[in-house]
Design a protein around this ligand. Sequence first.
Ligand code: AP5
Length: 209
Amino acid sequence: MRLVFVGPPGAGKGTQAKVITEKWKIPQISTGDMLREAKANGTLPQDLIEKMKAGGLVPDEVVIDLIRARTEKDDAKGGFLLDGFPRTVPQAEALTKLLDSRGQKLDIVVALDVPKELLMERACLRRTDKRTGQIYHLKYKPPPPDAILEHRADDHEDVVRNRVDVYEKMTADLLPFYEKAGLLKRIDGVGDVEAVTQRVVRALEQVRG
Ligand code: AP5
């Protein structure tokens, strides 16, 4: 199974990706996580750090190179879930080309639909446990008392608002691109985590037949 999760900031891509990749035993490949890891290792150039901090997208070539290298690894040979990539049509075209060159193709693109007001609340109150990488939410999924919590630099209200605007602008053509390719499945991302998971699983099972 090779699939993509598309959705605005805070839609629940990472949360759902964790459950699905455990169930299907495929790696979760998140360009956001890879970029944050590069920042933590001191290998992300300063201009890209600033871009992410302000809620903008990093250049297509940067994330395409990350995806090319990561999907070549052994654990991705049997499939993968791309979380937050592609975000633009040039990224989607590069992905198609890359998969074609390997005789592979995508099975499905899942778009999580969540209204703007809820996105703000989901992203601004998100916290991650530094040690385990587990995602929590101060209202919907409170962390345990011993968690070492991190608040992402781009999860402050003004930046989240900008990220949502950037998402709407940059991905406006992406969903029609995948719709035309017959790969797009829109899923209602409102409701508790388990309810959304059930909708996603149903869509994936239909594809697998
Ligand atoms: P990235 O890390 O990909 O961020 P994002 O797409 O903005 O998505 P988020 O991680 O904010 O949200 P999510 O949908 O994963 O939500 P989550 O599951 O955590 O990208 C960060 C930056 O990197 C970008 O701004 C850009 O600069 C750069 N970048 C990355 N990829 C790029 C690319 N391809 N091209 C160019 N630049 C790129 O959930 C959010 C919260 O809600 C959590 O607290 C969770 O517990 C809670 N929650 C989730 N689901 C539910 C539910 N059903 N009910 C209640 N609470 C819920």
